[in-house]
Design a protein. Structure first.
Length: 441
């Protein structure tokens, strides 16, 4: 299904629908997706990077089409997602400026690494809601409130929050009989006004972004909506799922980054009138993923697990007594990171990996909360080769020298190396061990 904002780099969202009794729950969705992953010859059909994301609120299977390199997200019975996409697509059909402004804002957010809720920002879908809400808010409005215009109910069941909810998803689908907007503002001016609206006019502390209830010239009080929210919390309401605040995971640092980049974009557009000047002039050459780890997971476990995916660096948190810590994996290109994502939900020691795309900004924020050690894969591999060579030299008559016959530092390194290779937990190191990698300051 399509929401109308697709670009050359957009994902393809596919929904498998089943009307059998009991097929609506997440457990059933996982079972169906598991069959797709295990029983279909996906690689023979031209797909690669098969990734299971079954722990999400909406379980899905991610695939990459080999020929086009298009990312495919397959989910089961996500009727609410289909209705969301149809709503946005209908707004695009009513006025093409919705599409053009949405694409510009989406590109701006992605290029500045602001389109990820796991990094404390908003996701791409939330930015599209900001675009429609803004176009509803200007006077005269560029688009009407299509949900308010429809009278016939259209309820959709949803079990995402544990129980069974029925959400009202009505909206006016046939927009051809609506008159065109009397607002003729060109797209360039709308882009400037968009950034001005959210940095100067919109009161994030008191008001909510709610397409469902917005009318031109009015504001939506965040405390009038379903979920509780304090002044510091942003509120971007899903147009149908009223229990979903898409800004609920925004961090203080994430909100500041969004507003700072919006203010900068506004200034640049007012001074130059060129959208390209709003984008980073030097593309990023660092690609990150992050994952939560248990105390039993050690640096060699992650280095060994992701070596085949051309891992460049591992940023590993120093133990601070927390039961769950967060590590950052750094890759040299997007393709390597995408391949590494296929290890999502696989186990390392006692920890099931939950891998999320991340950015240098998220790592910088994490560094303010915890100390990290950085391990370079190239250094790790070189040290391993040296140890393997020394181990071969120490062998004689088909056996290995006894620990008492070799230097203490070599015995410690060999024990540590064997643990890394065979997955055993290494013994406590001697007082001053010789590390297998170089810690980067």
């Amino acid at each position: 299904f399509s929401n109308g904002f697709k670009t050359g780099t957009s994902d393809l969202d596919v929904v498998f629908t089943s009307h059998k009794s009991g097929d609506g729950g997440s457990d059933r969705a996982v079972s169906i997706l598991q069959k797709f992953a295990e029983n279909l010859p996906l690689k023979d059909l031209g797909f690669t990077n098969i990734t299971k994301i079954f722990q999400a609120s909406v379980p899905l299977l991610k695939l990459t089409d080999v020929d086009s390199q298009i990312e495919v997200d397959l989910c089961v019975n996500n009727e609410l997602g289909v209705r969301n996409s149809l709503l946005l697509n209908t707004y695009c059909k009513y006025d093409r400026r919705v599409l053009h402004l949405g694409r510009l804002v989406k590109e701006w957010a992605k290029k500045h690494e602001l389109a990820s809720s796991t990094d404390g920002c908003l996701n791409s879908y939330a930015y599209m809601l900001l675009v429609v809400f803004f176009l509803q808010s200007v006077q005269p409005p560029v688009v009407p409130n299509l949900q308010m215009l429809e009278q016939e109910s259209f309820l959709v069941p949803d079990r995402k929050w544990g129980g069974e909810d029925y959400w009202e998803t009505k909206f006016k689908m046939h927009v051809d009989d609506l008159g065109p907007s009397s607002n003729k503002t060109p797209i360039g001016d709308l882009l400037i006004n968009f950034f001005q609206f959210y940095t100067r006019d919109f009161d994030w502390r008191r008001h909510a972004v709610s397409m469902r209830r917005q009318e031109a010239g009015k504001a939506v009080d965040k405390n009038s909506l379903v979920l509780p929210a304090n002044e510091d919390q942003w509120y971007v309401e899903d147009p149908f799922d009223l229990k979903h605040n898409l800004a609920g995971k925004c961090t203080r640092a994430g909100k500041k980054r969004i507003l700072d980049e919006m203010k900068n974009a506004l200034l640049v557009l007012q001074q130059t009138g060129r959208f390209t000047k709003c984008l980073p002039q030097i593309p990023s050459t660092e690609f990150y993923m992050k994952c939560r780890i248990s105390q039993n997971v050690q640096p060699p476990d992650l280095l060994e697990a992701f070596e085949e995916f051309d891992l460049v660096k591992l940023h590993f948190p120093k133990p601070d007594g927390s039961t769950r810590m967060q590590a950052f994996l750094q890759f040299g290109d997007a393709a390597s990171r995408r391949k590494a994502h296929t290890k999502n939900e696989k186990y390392i020691c006692d920890c099931q990996l939950q891998l999320h795309y991340s950015s240098q900004h998220s790592l910088a924020e994490a560094l303010t909360q915890c100390q990290f050690s950085t391990y370079e894969m190239a250094s790790y591999k070189m040290q391993r080769q040296v140890l393997e060579a020394r181990m071969k030299e120490s062998q004689y008559n088909g056996g290995i020298m006894k620990d008492m016959d070799m230097p203490q530092d070599m015995a410690a390194q060999l024990a540590f190396q064997n643990a890394a290779i065979f997955g055993k937990v290494p013994p406590p190191p001697p007082p001053q061990p010789v590390m297998m990698w170089e810690e980067q300051k």
